[in-house]
Design a protein around this ligand. Structure first.
Ligand SMILES: [Ca+2]
Ligand SMILES: [Ca+2]
Ligand SMILES: [Ca+2]
Length: 255
C-alpha cells in the first residue's frame, strides 16, 4: 500500500465523526454516540509525504492531538434546544449542505472536493485523489443512507450533545480529527489560509473565513491551536447564549 493511500485512509476518517449523525436518520441517538467509529492507531500514523508547498496537496501525516479544554464539555449545562442554538445548528448544517438543496447528500461531498481542488489548483491526479477521499468518506459515514434534512439533523445533534458519552469522549475526538483535516500541512496549527480553504470547499466566503479565524485565534498570534479550536467548537455546540463570541465560527448565522 502506498504511503499516500495510507494517508488518505486516515484522512477519510477525519471528518466522519462530524457527520455521524447526518445520515443515520433511522438510528437512535444512543447508537449514534456509542458507535465505534475511530481506530486511533490508524490515525496516529506519521507518513513521510513528498515535499509540496504547504497548500498544494491536502494529504499528509495525520496526528491526533489531545485537547486541553478551557471548559470541559461535561461542565456545560444540558442544552435546551433554544431558538438561538437551533439557529447555530442550522448555520452548521448549511455549511455542509454545499449545494444548498436542503439535504446533506453525497453530492455535497463531491462538490466540496471539487471546490477544494479548485482552490488549491490541484492537477487532475490530485483532484481525483481529493474527490475519492470525499466519496470514500461519504460512503463510510453513511452506510448507504441517502440524505438527511436540516430538521432531522438539528434534533439529532441536540439529543446527542446531551449524552454523557458524547461529552466525555466523542466530542473531543471529533474536534481533534476535524482540526487535523483543516490543518492541511500537518504542522499542528491552522493558518488563516488553511481555514480559508476549509471554508471555500464548503462554499463559504473568504470574508467569513477570516472573521471566524480571528474569533477562534484567541491569543491573536495568527494560528489556531488545537486548544483554541476545541474551545471555540465547544462554545459553539454547548452554549445557548446569543451573545457568545463564538456564535459565528462557521460563518454568519443563518436566518
Ligand atoms: Ca445538499
Ligand atoms: Ca497548518
Ligand atoms: Ca492562536
Amino acid at each position: 500500500m502506498s504511503k499516500v493511500f495510507q494517508a488518505s485512509r486516515g484522512l477519510i476518517r477525519i471528518m466522519q465523526p462530524m457527520y455521524q449523525g447526518l445520515t443515520r436518520i433511522t438510528s437512535t441517538s444512543k447508537r449514534f454516540c456509542n458507535m465505534n467509529y475511530v481506530n486511533y492507531q490508524d490515525v496516529l500514523q506519521h507518513e513521510s509525504v513528498p515535499k509540496f508547498s504547504p497548500l498544494s496537496l491536502p494529504v499528509r501525516g495525520l496526528k491526533h492531538q489531545p485537547i486541553r479544554f478551557k471548559k470541559a464539555p461535561m461542565d456545560y449545562p444540558p442544552l435546551t434546544g433554544s431558538e438561538h442554538w437551533k439557529r447555530k445548528l442550522r448555520t452548521y448544517f448549511k455549511c455542509f449542505d454545499v449545494n444548498g438543496d436542503g439535504y446533506i447528500t453525497k453530492e455535497d461531498y463531491i462538490l466540496s472536493a471539487r471546490r477544494c481542488a479548485e482552490y488549491l489548483d490541484l492537477d487532475d491526479e490530485r483532484a481525483e485523489h481529493v474527490l475519492n477521499q470525499r466519496i470514500g468518506q461519504w460512503e463510510y459515514i453513511t452506510k448507504n443512507a441517502s440524505k438527511v434534512s436540516e430538521e432531522e439533523y438539528v434534533e439529532l445533534v441536540r439529543v446527542s450533545c446531551n449524552q454523557k458519552h458524547l461529552r466525555e469522549k466523542f466530542f473531543s475526538t471529533v474536534v481533534s480529527m476535524s482540526f487535523t483535516l483543516i490543518d492541511i500541512n500537518g504542522d499542528g496549527l491552522i493558518s488563516s489560509e488553511e481555514y480559508k480553504v476549509f471554508f471555500y470547499s464548503l462554499g463559504i466566503s473568504a470574508e467569513a473565513s477570516q472573521k471566524a479565524f480571528h474569533l477562534i485565534d484567541n491569543n491573536n498570534d495568527g494560528f489556531i491551536t488545537i486548544d483554541e479550536f476545541g474551545h471555540a467548537i465547544a462554545e459553539f455546540f454547548f452554549t445557548e447564549d446569543p451573545s457568545n463570541i463564538y456564535n459565528e465560527v462557521f460563518g454568519s448565522l443563518a436566518d
